[in-house]
Design a protein around this ligand. Structure first.
Ligand SMILES: *[C@@H]1O[C@H](CO)[C@@H](O)[C@H](O)[C@H]1NC(C)=O
Ligand SMILES: *[C@@H]1O[C@H](CO)[C@@H](O)[C@H](O)[C@H]1NC(C)=O
Length: 489
């Protein structure tokens, strides 16, 4: 009897133990059979689903690129979107279909397709007991602009023409044709990629006088079955002038060399003078940085920020031009107006923004503590509230010289590889986005995304305390030239 009892217990234990295993959550992950065609600028759905169609709500859904190191496209885990380490080029452009998850549909929606989205993706699904993945190929299709032809003057007894067409994906073929449709021998096609990885093609040709003097530049994308062309007619007189032009050209060239030497000397002196004065060259520098930088998109919305002395905490000292702020240790005797921030030693910009996009840069240098970003008009200026979006702050801060934080709820530690000396702040009001960049490294630091702004947003700065002089340097607003893109208030 004794023996029977223990056997029975064993059997029960075995059964209990096996119960979860007897219904394992086994599933297959399936993607589309053929590549997904995505049209540039539009949205596309990357299909992926579970078979059988069990719920994926409690699973981890990870979309990645397969041939890239910075490869996270979208991550859903523990019922939350976890895109902190997302590749910046996908920032704000990815989403799952929350309603579809319970049907095992983990398809990804990718918005505003770019050239760089072309390629292979992996859809990886995991639950505690099982995982599987599927590959999805995306083919980006973009039809470019009408070709533009420009005349480059006389060349080799004929006339030099240049044709250019932008915004294609994949690369199209560019041919020069005469009026009968025969292709002309031309230079090699130059191919470039723009910031969104679409292709620009350019090709030069030298044309001779013909019966019609009509020439066509044709851009053809076979896979898209798309063709765009532009024709140019060159008046015969222009060819006739070619001979006399050549003589004139030699003379002009000689003259040009002298002028150039003169110019170079003058420019050198001029630049030296400017350097001494400094200010203009600094603006140029910023402008160039904007043009070349990876974050040119943010950078070109640069606005000229000036701090508002009426909002400054009594312990803060602003420079006369309102471009610098430092901590003064002792409070000054200033009127306690409604505008003045009395809670934390901080200050706001003069202008607030209630639409569009704007960008500004702050030099933080070697400071060991600071906070900056944007704040909405109605923040509690008299009583401390934690600096997070629900209280009207979208800011980043540094503590103890190397601890960077994003003021989300809860705050997110940011282990930065490089210490930013200048921080760029970019706001896209309509998209509810606030992003921070390391200007020198041209890298992205952190983005708040998906907020709905309803009030004016003001640049916000806090130089923190002086920490026995270790942190007494001011925060300095970088001079940024106002561009045509900037937003007026
Ligand atoms: C799951 O699939 C079955 C048949 O394959 C179908 O009848 C059922 O409606 C599906 N469930 C959902 C939630 O789509
Ligand atoms: C998954 O959901 C998306 C969005 O609603 C839909 O377009 C797609 O057809 C769904 N896929 C499957 C397999 O149900």
């Amino acid at each position: 009897m004794k023996g029977d009892g223990s056997e029975c217990l064993c059997l029960i234990l075995l059964l209990l133990h096996q119960t979860p295993v007897s219904r394992p959550e086994r599933f297959q992950v399936l993607g589309p059979d053929s590549p997904v065609v995505a049209v540039a600028g539009k949205d596309v759905v990357l299909p992926c689903y579970l078979k059988p169609n069990i719920s994926a709500e409690d699973m981890s859904v990870e979309w990645t690129r397969t041939h890239s190191t910075d490869d996270l496209v979208h991550l859903y885990r523990e019922k939350k979107i976890r895109n902190e380490n997302q590749n910046p080029s996908y920032r704000g452009r990815t989403a799952l279909f929350p309603e579809e998850l319970k049907r095992g549909n983990v398809s990804l929606r990718l918005s505003r397709v770019r050239g760089s989205d072309d390629g292979e993706y992996k859809c990886f699904i995991q639950c505690p007991t099982w995982y599987d993945d599927a590959l999805v190929h995306v083919r980006v299709r973009a039809v470019g602009t009408e070709p533009v032809i420009s005349m480059e003057g006389h060349r080799g007894g004929g006339i030099g023409l240049l044709c250019e067409s932008k915004g294609w994906h994949p690369v199209p073929e560019l041919t020069w044709l005469d009026s009968e449709g025969h292709s002309l021998s031309a230079e090699d096609t130059e191919t470039r990629r723009d910031s969104e990885r679409f292709f620009t093609v350019r090709r030069r040709v030298t044309v001779q006088e013909s019966n019609t003097n009509r020439f066509t530049c044709r851009v053809l994308q076979q896979q898209l079955k798309q063709e765009k062309q532009t024709e140019i007619h060159i008046p015969a007189e222009m060819f006739h002038n070619a001979q006399s032009w050549r003589v004139a050209c030699v003379m002009l060239l000689t003259l040009a060399i002298f002028v150039l030497i003169g110019c170079a000397v003058l420019t050198y002196r001029h630049v030296k003078l400017l350097r001494e004065k400094e200010s203009i060259s600094k603006e140029k520098e910023v402008e160039n940085k904007c043009r070349r930088g990876e974050y040119e998109n943010a950078c070109k919305f640069a606005v000229d920020v000036t701090l508002d002395p009426d909002t400054a905490h009594p312990k803060l000292i602003l420079s006369e031009d309102g471009k610098q702020v430092r901590h003064g240790d002792t409070p000054q005797d200033l009127p306690d107006t409604p505008k003045r921030v009395e809670s934390v030693p901080s200050v706001l910009g003069k202008e607030g923004f209630s639409s569009g996009r704007f960008y500004y840069e702050v030099q933080v240098g070697e400071k060991t503590a600071w906070a900056l970003g944007v704040a909405k008009e109605s923040i509690n200026r008299k009583k401390y509230t934690p600096p997070r979006p629900s209280n009207g702050y979208w800011i980043l801060w540094l503590k103890n010289g190397n601890k960077y934080w994003a003021g989300a709820s809860p705050s997110i530690p940011l282990p930065l590889r490089e210490k930013p000396r200048t921080v760029g702040v970019y706001v896209d009001y309509e998209r509810g986005q606030v992003s921070f960049y390391n200007v020198e490294a041209r890298s992205h630091i952190y983005s708040f995304i998906g907020y709905t702004f309803t009030e004016k947003l003001y640049p916000y700065m806090n130089p923190s305390t002086n920490e026995n002089d270790r942190n007494s340097a001011p925060l300095i607003i970088s001079p940024v030239r106002l561009t045509e893109f900037s937003i007026s208030v």
